[in-house]
Every structure is written in C-alpha cells, then in structure tokens.
Ligand binder design. Sequence first.
Ligand code: NDP
Length: 419
Amino acid sequence: MGKALIIGCGGVAGVVIHKCCQNSDVFEEIMIASRTKSKCDAIKEKLDGTTPTKIRTAKVDADNLDELCALIDEYKPDIVMNIALPYQDLTIMDACLKCGVNYMDTANYEPEDTDDPEWRAIYEKRCKEEGFTAYFDYSWQWAYKEKFEKAGLTALLGSGFDPGVTQAYCAYAQKHLFDQIDTIDILDCNGGDHGYPFATNFNPEINLREVSAPGSYWENGHWVEIPAMSIKREYDFDQVGHKDMYLLHHEEIESLAKNIPNVKRIRFFMTFGQSYLTHMKCLENVGMLSTTPIEFEGHQIVPIQFLKALLPDPATLGPRTKGKTNIGCIFTGKKDGKEKTAYIYNVCDHEACYREVGSQAISYTTGVPAMIGAMMLMTGKWSKPGVYTVEEFDPDPYMEALNKWGLPWQINDNPVLVD
Ligand code: NDP
C-alpha cells in the first residue's frame, strides 16, 4: 500500500516498527529516522529478513526543519509518524505542510525550554483563561487546523493509548452504548514490576513533568485544578487487583470536553506505588526535576536531563517487567431514557509483549495504536483534511484493528464506579 517515515527510535518507536513490519500489506516500506542512527540500524538488522516490509534508516535532527524536509522530499512517504518527543511536534508538522504529507503523533506539543519568555507569556495567558497549568495543551497544534485543511492534509494527534485508545473508547461509547454520556473516568493502571526501586516506563523527562504537575479535571464546563497527587482513590482492577490511583491532568480531557456533547465531568487517574511517589517527591525536593539549566563545574546542565541519564532507559525494561496493565474508561450516562454504566478496557501482559516485540507493555500499548492510527490514514478509512484527535473519527475500524493487532478490549456493563 505505501511508505511511512517513522521519526524517533526509542521505546515506543521500537514497538511501532515491529507492528508496521507485521502489517506489510499496509506498510510496504518504512524509513526509521532518528537522532542516533545506530539505534535505527540495530532494529533494521534485527528485522530484515523476518518481514516483507523494506526498511531504510537515516539520521535526522527533528528540531531542524530543513533536515526534515530534505529527508521527506527524498523518501516521499505517504505519512510521517512522529514517535520522537512532544518537543518536536510543531517542527514536524511544519515539515509535513511544506512537503505535502499527512502527519500523526502520540503526545501533544510541549516546549523543551519552559523558561523561554515568548512561550511563557502565551502559557501564562492560557493558564489564566483556561484554568489549568500543565505545560502541554492542544492550542499549539489546533492552531494548524486551517493550514492542514487548505493543504488537503490530515494531522492525527495523540494516537497512543492515553491519549489515543481512550478517545476511541469514548467515541465508541457515544456511537453505540449511550444517548448521553454524563461522566468519564479514564483509569490507567500499571500493575507491572520491573524490579528497580525507581524507573519510568516511558521517556523520564516527559513522564516526570506530567506526574509532578498539579492535577486537574473538567467539571460543569470548566477546569478544576488541585495540588499534585492530592486526590487518591483505591480501585480493584480486573486481572491486576487493588491499586492506589491518583488524579492527574491529562491531555485527552481537553479534547474530549469539546467533542463529547454535554459531558458533565471528565477525570483521569493513574496508579502509582508508594516507592515511585517517595522517590519522585525526594527528587523534586532536591531540584532534580527542574528544567531550568544550572551551572556545574563550568557546564550548563538541566537537572531533569541529567536525571534521565542516570535512570534506566525505558526501552530496556522489557526483559525485567512482570505483571499486567489495565487501562480504560468508565462511563455513566443514559440510554433509551435509563441510567447506564460501562467500563471499556484492555488488559495487557508485560511478559507477553516482551515475547512478541521485545518491549514492556507501556511501550506496547502506545506503539500498537500509533501503527493503527497511521494505518487508518494510509488506508483512507480516516480521511478528512485538518487537525484532529482520535474521537473525531469513526471509532469502528480503529476498535476492530485494536482487536486484531494485539490490544483486544472488553466491556463490563456493571463496573464499580469511582467516587
Ligand atoms: P524515548 O525517549 O524512548 O524515545 C524518543 C526517541 O526520539 C529517541 O530515539 C530519541 O533519540 C528521538 N529523538 C529525540 N529528540 C529527537 C530529535 N530532535 N530528532 C530526532 N530524534 C529525536 O521516548 P518513548 O519512546 O518512551 O516515547 C515516545 C513518545 O511517545 C513521546 O512523545 C511520549 O510522550 C509518547 N508516549 C505516549 C503515550 C500515549 O499513551 N499516548 C504513552 C507513552 C509515551 P535518541 O535515541 O538519540 O535519544
């Protein structure tokens, strides 16, 4: 069918590449391009000969528009899959517009330098107007809507698990299960154990920024912000068991609040063990989560980037991680005039993921929907010019593909609700 340019070659990209190679009818050719070319070459060497997909590799700095355009013009892909970091979202979108290619990613834009005065002024205005203080939000990428429409191109934002699959669950619930969705609780439970006292399951810098920030949720038409980790609940997850979970700000709340008509409340909870929280608090207290550069023995270092260099690389957690994830959405609302509830969720086993593609379940649950999102655009099943999140498309082909490609979902019609 076509060619995909995959940018980035970390934990999530490793899964994306394996899954594209399993789906060679759609992904006839892929180019893996990243900052460190040796990582791209290593995965090509592993997969060459095991798949009909033709693999090429390249080095690219995705912060550099000219480099990106030169690569796209030379390779002529049907889609650019941004599996690098949210810092690169806007540059890669610019490159796609300039070269006339569809775009997709797994996380919304945030700046690497949160001290940049120009960005900061816009951020502070947004905090006041919108009422949440997370560094990431959709405004930057939604601003490209008209440009993509005019160019006749599609940008699919946030096709990982959360964001991503969780929004497909919402669109599915809206289309098939409810006349009116009143509340959505997104639950992200990782019951996996990697045996380290402290490690993050995806890029440490992005992960620690997200979980150390104030929490917030959407209620009755506006944001309610709370101190980080100040709302805690316990939940008994199918196939995982009892876990403590904490309310976080999460990007899909922002788009769902716009796209699910008359929804009254949307919250996001993630499970954390006590050891993770104690380590994070301690690192935060001593300044190790700071993104502001400091002078150290004549060098400028960014504390959180230094911490990243010390922590285990999430891409190496696969062989050590045991246990399961359970991620899904609990809905309450009405159908045919009656009150109704549903929990749509997936359970994923870390060790099974490792056996299949050599990675743990967090990378797997992100990488599979990234491949599926790209497949939706390449096959024309999702096709409308503009900039969209997952819930803005027909959920049926995506939900069907989740079952086929490794993330089967189920529905519990009588879930325990979160108070
Ligand atoms: P990693 O840090 O493991 O990988 C990032 C990759 O991007 C690395 O290969 C890195 O290169 C490359 N990269 C970084 N900067 C550049 C650049 N300027 N030019 C070219 N390549 C670059 O991250 P993950 O794989 O864990 O995460 C990937 C993405 O997935 C992130 O955006 C993350 O937020 C998102 N994510 C989304 C989830 C969801 O459910 N929606 C869940 C988990 C993650 P190098 O190898 O040289 O470092």
